[in-house]
Design a protein. Structure first.
Length: 124
């Protein structure tokens, strides 16, 4: 039996982190958590998740900064990244996608939409 894919959830808002984690666990994924950008980068390097759900606005490093580090590291560049943000102006979305995000979801988000996006990225 193969292990369920690992998803790293990084958000400094404990409620959102819990919600995202719970929904993904219910959908059958293994979930790791990070509470700031630095911890997200450390976890990505040590755990090598298949997908990262990454908040844009976090302490110690923003999600876009973390994304840049991931894309610059050949060992981590292939990890699928979903940016999650309350910043939903077209320029914010464009900046996230240009930085290398595979998807950009606006807060507040619908949990089924998040799970569907993770499934879509894993199927690519």
């Amino acid at each position: 039996m193969t292990e369920a894919p690992l998803v790293l959830c990084a958000d400094d808002d404990e409620d959102i982190l819990s919600l995202v984690s719970l929904r993904l666990e219910r959908a059958g994924y293994r979930v790791a958590r990070a509470r700031d950008g630095e911890e997200a980068l450390e976890q990505a390097r040590s755990l090598r998740p298949e997908v990262i759900v990454l908040d844009v606005m976090m302490p110690r490093r923003t999600g876009v900064e973390v994304l840049g580090e991931l894309r610059a590291d050949p060992a981590l560049a292939g990890i699928k990244v979903i940016l999650l943000s309350a910043r939903v102006q077209e320029s914010d979305v464009d900046r996230g996608l240009e930085a290398g995000a595979d998807a950009y979801l606006a807060k507040p988000f619908k949990a089924p939409e998040l799970v569907a996006k993770v499934e879509e990225l894993l199927a690519r």
